[in-house]
Design a protein. Structure first.
Ligand SMILES: Nc1ncnc2c1ncn2[C@@H]1O[C@H](COP(=O)(O)OP(=O)(O)OP(=O)(O)O)[C@@H](O)[C@H]1O
Ligand SMILES: [Mg+2]
Length: 220
């Protein structure tokens, strides 16, 4: 359902320094697959997820989503495509600090408005035990609650692919378990997950484990 073909990404550092991160990177994700990626800090795991999700244009190579060339779209088309098909979950949550829980979750609909938002919102607030926190700002939430908001935002538009960047990196075992159960039931219901993790207990549930070495993905 997602394919990276010979993707290259080099960042420009200070004084024109080139920082090669992805090089000839290839990856094919099948529908309903749960794939875990690990690798040393700085090897390019977050860069990989951003590239898969249409947020970072590679210099060379293609990202294909069901035969759609993701980076052949305009930035606006890509934002709508992302809202429809991709959910992101981050270690640091990336909630908007001045928006309530309710509006952080609804932010998922901004590029692609949908009907029945209230019903969907109520459903997710209940699923993640956030009914009594809907009007809180992120700063007034526990760490686990913040990630549950992040999960609700990622799932809001019923995406096909979840890209999760160390989603349990900051969590206690109970909230890690909620994240894991959410991701596994997402794949059971037909979704696909690409997750970066250093947590062996999360990796155990993956269908396929990869490591990143010198910008390439290798099966473990
Ligand atoms: N915007 C940027 N400009 C320049 N260099 C960058 C930029 N973003 C990342 N890098 C560099 O690219 C490399 C890969 O970064 P990336 O964040 O993808 O690593 P990572 O594998 O996710 O690391 P970690 O496990 O610590 O999160 C790092 O060496 C980083 O310093
Ligand atoms: Mg990272």
């Amino acid at each position: 359902m997602l394919e990276l073909a010979q993707v290259h990404k080099t960042y420009c550092g200070p004084r024109g320094a080139q920082i090669p991160v992805l090089s000839e990177t290839a990856l094919t994700l099948k529908p309903k697959e749960f794939v875990a990626v690990r690798g040393p800090s700085g090897c390019g795991k977050s860069t990989l997820l951003l590239t898969c999700g249409g947020l970072l244009t590679p210099e060379r190579g293609k990202v294909l989503f069901r035969d759609l060339d993701v980076y052949a779209q305009s930035a606006q088309q890509r934002a709508r495509w992302r809202a429809r098909h991709i959910g992101f979950v981050f270690q640091q949550f990336h909630l908007i600090p001045y928006l309530s829980v309710r509006h952080n979750i609804l932010a998922a609909t901004l590029p692609q408005p949908r009907r029945e938002t209230q019903t969907r919102l109520d459903e997710l607030l209940t699923e993640f035990g956030l009914q009594d926190r809907a009007d809180h700002l992120p700063a007034a939430l526990s760490v686990g609650e913040r990630q549950r908001v992040g999960m609700a935002r990622a799932l809001f538009n019923e995406p096909d692919l979840i890209l999760a960047d160390e989603p349990t990196g900051n969590l206690d075992p109970e909230n890690s378990d909620i994240v894991l159960r959410t991701l596994t039931s997402f794949t059971e219901a037909g979704g696909t997950v690409l997750m970066v993790t250093h947590d062996p207990s999360m990796e155990r549930f993956a269908d396929r484990r990869l490591t990143m070495e010198a910008g390439a993905l290798v099966a473990v």
